[in-house]
Ligand binder design. Structure first.
Ligand code: SAM
Length: 268
């Protein structure tokens, strides 16, 4: 019997509509395609990939199609069920493997991996990432890349959008580093670590190789209905993100940060 994780239970309520609400949205596709462009550059020729917080399996299925053996984990039973249905609909049998495992329980899984991937803020639901980094170090080969897409502490779009809508509490909700979100009435604690805190949490097993913003000009998902009516503007924002998202200050001010770590030779 799998112990239920509070975040897993909360995300269960979103699983059935997640792909319509986010994966297929214009914002979701624009932000994801920026992440995947980097993922395919950073992970070439690698073989065994561990994905954390895989949701409905969009990225795991893509990696598997491109030759990776993927073990994809999520705390939500419903998300994992949706991911398995998608895999079956594609006619695939055991790659990716989808398992209901919380990130805090990574020790439960067997095997060694050549890369680790986490997309769209699942790691923001984990209070302390240092033990996670230690567990990942035990399960990865030397030189393995980690590519982690996490919500930022300060998102320019979010602050401006909610101030313009006279919602100051929402405008600044990330700034204290912690916020309780409600998913269909179910609470989930969300943490917004700074870049320095993240570097420290992953040291000494992983060293930071690069950081870029995901969703700097491209807006967050709650702006979907506004940006959908402005497709040309969205295309311009995608181009601007490609041009400016790696600049030192701006890379921390998007909706998400994409962090590229590499496993060092430090003993675990
Ligand atoms: C915003 S969704 C992102 C899903 C997917 N990675 C994507 O790109 O669409 C966040 C996911 O993180 C999962 N999650 C949250 N906290 C978790 C935890 N502590 N352990 C494992 N999964 C978690 C949720 O169940 C949810 O599926």
């Amino acid at each position: 019997m799998i112990a239920e994780h509070p975040a897993g239970r909360a995300f269960d309520t979103m699983a059935d509509t997640y792909d319509d609400d986010f994966t297929q949205s214009d914002v979701g596709q624009a932000q994801r395609s920026a992440v995947m462009k980097d993922a395919f550059r950073i992970f070439p020729g690698r073989r065994r990939l561990l994905e954390l917080n895989c949701g409905t399996g969009e990225d795991a299925l893509r990696f598997a199609e491109n030759g990776w053996r993927v073990l994809a984990l999520d705390a939500s039973e419903r998300m994992i069920a949706c991911a398995r249905v998608r895999r079956e609909n594609l006619g695939a049998r055991d790659n990716p493997q989808f398992r209901q495992v919380a990130t805090e329980d990574l020790r439960e899984i067997a095997g060694e991996f050549d890369g680790v991937f986490s997309n769209f803020s699942g790691l923001n639901c984990v209070r302390d990432l240092a033990p996670v980094a230690r567990m990942l170090a035990e399960k990865t080969t030397p030189g393995s890349p980690l590519l982690l897409c996490m919500s930022t502490r300060v998102c320019l779009w979010e602050t401006a959008w909610y101030l313009l809508h006279a919602k100051p509490a929402k405008a600044f909700r990330r700034w204290t580093g912690r916020h309780q979100a409600m998913l269909q009435g179910m609470p989930v604690d969300v943490y917004y670590p700074t870049l320095n805190t993240l570097k420290q949490a992953f040291r000494p097993h992983f060293r930071l190789r690069g950081v870029r913003a995901i969703g700097l000009f491209v807006p967050p998902s709650y702006v979907e209905s506004w940006i959908q009516k402005r497709p040309l503007l969205l295309r311009i924002f995608v181009r601007l993100d490609a041009m400016f998202s790696r600049l030192p200050l701006l890379r921390k001010l998007g909706d998400h940060m994409l962090l590229h770590f590499e496993k060092t030779g430090e003993a675990v």
